[in-house]
Design a protein around this ligand. Structure first.
Ligand code: FAD
Length: 125
């Protein structure tokens, strides 16, 4: 395993990536600028070509082909990421997540003093 010990598994990579996508969606503005929409679209689309799990990337490309990202508001994006994640869950035999609960699961961000929220869409509690 080398000097630092642990290898990154497909599962760990997946959990970290979903954390990024759901957290990003939870902080995405209700009224995004064109630049923000473009960046979010690029980030999501990039996973189909450079996500470091070939099978996952290929699979995600299919997910996007059937259901392109919805980037017009924070609510839409959070729901879209939830559905995309559920599509993956279904295909690998994981439980389906109730998308009504996505905000309760991912809406809170804690890196102190609200420092990591994008535009205060979710004020720190
Ligand atoms: P994860 O699925 O990683 O979820 C983490 C947490 O998110 C869960 O504990 C739950 O609290 C919450 N959650 C679960 N579902 C939802 C949802 N729909 N909405 C909101 N929150 C939710 N693995 C493969 O084996 N084959 C693949 O083809 C594959 N493709 C992938 C494609 C992408 C783009 C990504 C990011 C990951 C992919 N993975 C794939 C990895 C897989 O999705 C899981 O991340 C991994 O198996 C670890 O699963 P987990 O049980 O820890 O929970």
């Amino acid at each position: 395993d080398g000097k630092y010990g642990k290898k990154v598994t497909r599962e760990e990579l997946g959990r970290c990536t979903w954390t990024l996508l759901h957290t990003l969606a939870a902080q995405y503005p209700e009224d995004p600028t064109r630049a923000q929409k473009r960046s979010a679209r690029n980030l999501i689309n990039s996973l189909t070509t450079v996500y470091p799990c070939k099978e996952c990337a290929k699979h995600f490309k299919e997910v996007l082909r059937h259901s392109p990202p919805q980037l017009n508001s924070g609510y839409e994006l959070a729901q879209w990421v939830c559905r995309a994640h559920n599509t993956v869950n279904r295909s690998i035999g994981k439980p389906i997540f109730n998308c009504e609960r996505v905000d309760a699961r991912w809406g809170q961000l804690d890196c102190g003093e609200g420092a990591c929220s994008l535009e205060g869409r979710r004020p720190p509690v």
